[in-house]
Design a protein around this ligand. Structure first.
Ligand SMILES: C[S@@+](CC[C@H](N)C(=O)[O-])C[C@H]1O[C@@H](n2cnc3c(N)ncnc32)[C@H](O)[C@@H]1O
Length: 392
């Protein structure tokens, strides 16, 4: 996939990763002037040491001459360090894809990175798969099934993650889908995982994508790793109970659409809807949900950071349930970016509708940006707010 143009990355947001393969300057994406975090972690370092035969790993140093696939590389640390072996990078995140491309350019690699979306098939056959353990067990399950299908008897799989993200259930997932699995000692709080693919193992088919039906009869489809797959999130439910009124022929944006439930429920037959998310699997889910509800309907499904891909003053209404993370600073920064984007893409007089936990203080943020806001509904946990972009 071709992503982004040339990005000028200020050196103050770059850090140097020193690994057996060399020294590489890396930055996260999107670029934030006051970025506090590095673009890689100790699990990336451990994995790169294992690939170089310097990690005390209970496996032979893997060959890199065949087809190498890197799955869930956060911002390209692994792909950049191993770029001379021309790996394929597979990710569910548009931000990771752009970040990796940007880091390839920074490190003067002129060959385009073979980056693939998690909705694509894996290259076939794979000789070496390097996997960063994702936070979502569902996504891991989906990816391990993909690896199994693309593997041959000589395929080597090495996974890595921070110890806090590797649970018994994570290791069971490896052993039930791939085969016998061992782990390394922890190093800088990171661990390596070594599954051996057992082709005799009886493995059922992947259970993804999954669907559920809301009380109103909407069938919601979710691919692996998508927010609230399998059930309606209580915040989303509260929003659905307090819907915006959508005018005839309105242009509606579901910003951070996940499985697309908000945009699909709020849309009328003649609504021009755009579903936006950074996750490719989320967009694929939203497409399935929308097309089930509006057979033959035409909506747009756009991967990007916030609403970067849409033009100013172009839409009538934006609906949003911003992401929440264990990392509160990141959640706040993303919500603030989404609110600013909503303000930018709304036509004057257009409306932004957002649901959130009461304690998150979205009220003040919306008042600051839009000049005022109205509380549409609130209960002991959630609030639905509406803000109107002033007429010029
Ligand atoms: C709380 S979920 C809401 C999903 C859906 N709207 C719902 O209510 O069920 C937030 C969504 O925002 C997406 N997201 C997070 N950061 C993003 C970004 N920078 N740009 C676009 N989407 C993002 C996530 O992938 C996730 O699908």
């Amino acid at each position: 996939m071709q992503v982004g143009g040339r990005v000028v990355v200020p050196s103050r947001v770059m850090n140097v990763m020193s690994v057996p393969q060399g020294e590489f300057k890396l930055a996260r994406y999107p670029i934030r002037p006051k970025e506090q975090f590095r673009a890689w972690d100790a699990a990336d370092e451990y994995l790169l040491a294992a690939v170089a035969g310097e990690a005390d790993a209970p496996i032979e140093t893997p060959e890199l001459r065949g087809r190498n696939v890197i799955i869930n590389d956060s911002y390209g640390a692994l792909s950049v360090a191993l770029s001379e072996h021309q790996p394929s990078m597979v990710t569910d995140s548009y931000l990771s894809m752009v970040g990796a491309t940007q880091n390839m350019i920074t490190n003067r690699y002129t060959d385009a990175l073979d980056s693939r979306k998690s909705t694509d098939e894996l290259p076939f056959p794979i000789d070496l798969a390097l996997v960063k353990v994702p936070k979502s067990l569902g996504l891991l399950e989906h990816q391990l099934h993909q690896i199994r299908q693309a593997a041959h008897p000589g395929t080597v799989v090495i996974a890595a993650g921070m110890a806090r993200h590797i649970h018994t259930s994570t290791l069971e997932m490896f052993s039930s889908i791939l085969g016998p699995t061992t782990t390394s000692l922890a190093k800088k709080k990171a661990r390596l995982i070594f599954p051996t693919i057992d082709f005799e193992l009886e493995v059922g088919a992947s259970l993804w994508p999954k669907s559920f039906t809301t009380d109103d009869g909407l069938v919601v489809h979710s691919h692996a790793g998508v927010f609230s797959a399998g059930k309606l999130d209580p915040g989303t439910r509260f929003f659905l109970e307090n819907p915006p009124k959508i005018g005839e022929g309105a242009r509606l944006v579901d910003l951070g659409c996940g499985n697309g439930v908000l945009g699909t429920v709020f849309a009328q037959q003649d609504t021009d809807v755009a579903f936006l998310d950074k996750s490719f699997l989320a967009l694929e889910s939203a497409k399935a949900t929308y097309e089930d509800a509006f057979p033959g309907g035409e909506a747009r499904f756009v991967a990007g950071d916030g609403a970067d891909e849409l033009s100013d003053d172009s839409v009538d209404i934006v609906v949003n349930n911003p992401p929440f993370h264990d990392d509160q600073a990141l959640a706040e920064a993303t919500a603030w970016k989404m609110f600013n984007d909503a303000f930018r893409i709304l036509k004057p007089g257009g409306e932004f509708w957002v649901v959130g936990n009461r304690h998150l203080g979205y009220h003040a943020k919306l008042s600051k940006l839009f000049g005022s806001r109205t509380t549409v509904a609130s209960n002991n946990k959630f609030v639905v707010l509406r803000a109107k972009k002033p007429l010029r």
